[in-house]
Ligand binder design. Structure first.
Ligand SMILES: Cc1cc2nc3c(=O)[nH]c(=O)nc-3n(C[C@H](O)[C@H](O)[C@H](O)COP(=O)(O)OP(=O)(O)OC[C@H]3O[C@@H](n4cnc5c(N)ncnc54)[C@H](O)[C@@H]3O)c2cc1C
Length: 380
């Protein structure tokens, strides 16, 4: 067993840390305040080969592994979780199903431009009445002479107002509950596709989130992923597994940012004439936070390693998401408690970390759903 990043991975970590500090940090304050995603960043990160990291070179990506993706994700989310959301969807949910189930033509059409940041992708599964139970979606894709006609609405869609294309889940056969679903690529220009509204959120302010509508939206049959009708939810399993591991890296990044901010604060602050860094209660809290971060990081990178070997089960991925997102809640709550009123001030980053962390418990399966998955795979 070997628990350290190798020299190549350490060099990659150093490189991405420098790039994110230089290229992403300048966008954070303004875009968090305006609640907008800095779309120009997609091209900047594309030029640095930091989008769609696991996409093979023949489709325009750098062809890296899951460990590298987690390294990059941790560093990006240390700078900004909102921006991290948009990048994660571009590199995972929107493009992964195309890579694994799209025809050669679809791969060539969407993946290189997504990897270069020229086209922005979104992924639309959740609906106003269906989230955790994906089989409850109502969007339909009705067979036409040369394609499918989509009708329905989707909500909480990351990159929703800024996307050029969206990978959409819809029923081709509503009678086959759960199994009669397919994934389709819809383009922004397709007639019948519209953005209903942009959504305002508690956290991840610089992530773009929207409600979308498909009203008699016709797509050619070539834009269905896979050759047969049905099985769309099954196609999402690998993407979900990968996404849950990514949340381990996102949580570690935000947790590390909170820890670093708190460390600077206690080293530079005194109460009643004594440095906070000399308070035993605070030293113990910092030690606990550091311990949690260590465990989150090991668990995430072990999960990523298993994924790269083709050995990660959904239980492995769910354990990573559950443990890391829940541990993060405790870290940010403790950081807020130590800073007291100062932590609540909007110029203080701790309030942003606390708001961002709360959202992490929901996408790619809520904490309750992770419990269900783990218990099921334990044979219970
Ligand atoms: C910031 C953010 C970004 C998102 N981005 C996207 C995106 O890009 N694309 C997309 O398609 N979706 C996206 N989502 C939606 C997200 O995937 C769903 O919100 C999530 O799956 C939960 O669905 P829901 O909100 O409908 O809650 P529900 O499924 O209605 O659940 C409500 C509550 O009940 C609990 N619950 C549900 N079922 C059970 C059960 N069987 N046992 C015990 N408890 C249960 C849940 O844990 C939750 O607490 C995003 C959400 C957020 C917050």
């Amino acid at each position: 067993m070997f628990f350290e990043l190798n020299e190549q991975q350490k060099a990659f970590q150093k490189r991405v840390r420098e790039i994110y500090e230089r290229e992403v940090s300048p966008f954070v304050e303004e875009n968090e305040r305006k609640e907008t995603f800095p779309v120009q960043l997609f091209r900047i990160l594309g030029a640095e080969h930091l989008l769609c990291l696991r996409c093979p070179k023949e489709y325009g990506g750098p062809g890296l592994d899951k460990i590298s993706e987690c390294i990059s994700t941790e560093e990006l989310n240390r700078i900004c979780a909102g921006i991290g959301s948009g990048v994660m969807v571009q590199s995972g949910l929107a493009t992964d199903p195309i890579l694994h189930y799209g025809s050669e033509e679809l791969k060539q059409k969407y993946l290189p431009s997504a990897a270069r940041g020229e086209k922005i992708g979104a992924f639309a599964l959740t609906e106003p009445d269906a989230g955790s139970d994906a089989s409850g979606i109502r969007t339909t894709a009705t067979r036409q002479e040369n394609g499918y006609r989509l009708n329905g609405s989707k909500t909480f869609i990351t990159n929703g107002t800024i996307c050029d294309f969206v990978t959409v889940a819809a029923y081709t056969d509503p009678a086959k509950r759960g199994t009669g679903i397919n994934l389709f690529v819809v383009e922004r220009e397709d007639l019948g596709f519209s953005v209903i509204k942009k959504l305002k959120k508690l956290g991840n302010h610089s992530a773009d989130t929207a409600e979308l509508a498909f009203d008699d939206c016709d797509v050619p049959k070539e834009r269905m992923l896979g050759e047969q009708e049905g099985g769309g939810l099954r196609q999402l399993e690998g993407t979900l597994k990968s996404g849950r591991l990514t949340y381990g890296a996102r949580s570690t990044g935000v947790g590390q940012a909170a820890f670093d901010a708190l460390r600077s604060y206690i080293k530079s602050t005194s109460r009643d004439g004594q440095s906070l860094a000399r308070s035993q209660a605070i030293r113990f809290t910092m030690a606990e936070m550091a311990t949690s971060l260590e465990a989150m990081r090991y668990m995430t990178y072990r999960g990523a390693w298993l994924f790269d070997q083709g050995l990660a089960s959904m239980k492995d991925a769910s354990i990573v998401k559950l443990f890391c997102t829940e541990s993060l809640q405790k870290i940010v709550q403790k950081a807020m408690a130590i800073q007291k009123n100062i932590g609540l001030m909007m110029e203080n980053p701790i309030q942003r970390f606390l708001r961002d962390a709360r959202l992490f418990k929901i996408p790619e399966g809520t904490s309750e759903i992770q419990h269900l998955v783990i218990a099921r795979e334990l044979g219970l």
